[in-house]
Design a protein around this ligand. Structure first.
Ligand code: DAK
Length: 258
């Protein structure tokens, strides 16, 4: 499939998906989200892709869902067609690690999509907000839920009720962002981190991802049991044998995903 609103590149084991709708600051129209869904499907079924990076431009990761596309819709329209639910959750269901590399505006649905990724790396120019309140609505793709889990009730409430923008430093202190880099170094640093993750056992990587995500869905006792079972299961893989033998033999491990 050829894409009009995103650019997809493979750099070794890392697939990079770049939003490419500069005329609208990468606002997410339906066509763009369909392309994101298709691209993630493609990456997921390609065994040579180990890690996915999602990014935008220097000016904007994404300025949110496309307001012009949404503006005239009625309640009946959005309710009947289950508005944009169909193609919005694919990133959150991806089993491979997904990193958001964010520079510039990361607003509304843009921030919600970044939060569906496994972690966010930010340029020092990044600005985050949930501005839906300023246009008479509220976050619709997890903003009130994922943001609250990441930054806590008080800050999520203040951000969603005022719609104000938060800079990268504040976002890092609050727990939304994992690390910050100078804007000019964002992609190089992101690729280094992605390549490092891609060099590990893809099975262990998937297990880590499943286990951490389980922490959001269950009690501590259940989560610990889940982690223990996955830990035990990792001993059924060749990669665990290879990793531990390589350590003992003082050589670099070569993981096969088996
Ligand atoms: N939608 C459509 N066009 C947008 C846009 C957006 N969100 N953001 C910017 N643009 C367009 C502008 O209209 C302008 O187009 P032209 O006028 O040149 O044709 C162009 O991008 C450049 O924008 P500006 O001229 O405004 O640029 P500035 O540098 O002056 O300002 C800005 C940048 C980011 C501060 C400003 O553009 C802005 O405030 N944008 C709107 C931000 C916003 O409110 N975003 C939240 C949208 S609501 C759901 C899933 C998701 C959602 C809901 C439901 N479900 C699964 C159910 C999400 C909702 C949202 O994200």
């Amino acid at each position: 499939m050829s894409f009009e609103n995103i650019i997809v590149e493979k750099k070794g084991a890392v697939a990079v998906l770049t939003f490419n709708r500069p005329q609208a600051l990468n606002a997410f129209c339906g066509a763009l989200m369909d392309e994101v869904t298709q691209a993630i499907d493609d990456f997921e079924s390609d065994d040579t892709v180990k890690v996915i990076v999602i990014t935008g431009s220097e000016k904007a990761f994404a300025a949110g869902a496309d307001i012009k596309e949404m503006a005239a819709k009625t309640f009946v329209d959005v309710f009947k067609e289950d508005f944009i639910t169909r193609n919005w959750e694919r990133v959150a269901r991806c089993r491979k690690p997904v990193i958001a590399a964010v520079a510039g505006y990361c607003l509304g649905g843009g921030n919600e999509l970044a939060m569906m990724c496994d972690f966010i790396l930010a340029a020092d120019t990044a600005k985050f907000s949930q501005p839906e309140i300023t246009i008479g609505t509220l976050p619709g793709a997890g903003g009130t839920q994922r943001l609250t889990r990441l930054v806590g009730k008080s800050k999520a409430m203040e951000l969603c009720l005022t719609g104000r923008m938060m800079d990268a430093k504040e976002a890092e202190c609050a727990g939304l962002v994992a690390r910050i880099f100078p804007a000019a170094e964002l992609m190089a640093e992101t690729m280094k981190i992605a390549e490092q993750i891609a060099s590990f056992s893809p099975l262990a990587v998937m297990m880590v991802k499943e286990s951490i995500n389980r922490a959001y869905e269950t009690t501590l006792a259940e989560g610990l049991r889940f982690e223990r079972r996955l830990f035990h299961a990792s001993f059924a893989t060749e990669d665990q044998k290879e990793g531990m033998q390589a350590f003992t033999g003082k050589r670099k491990a070569s993981f096969k995903g088996k």
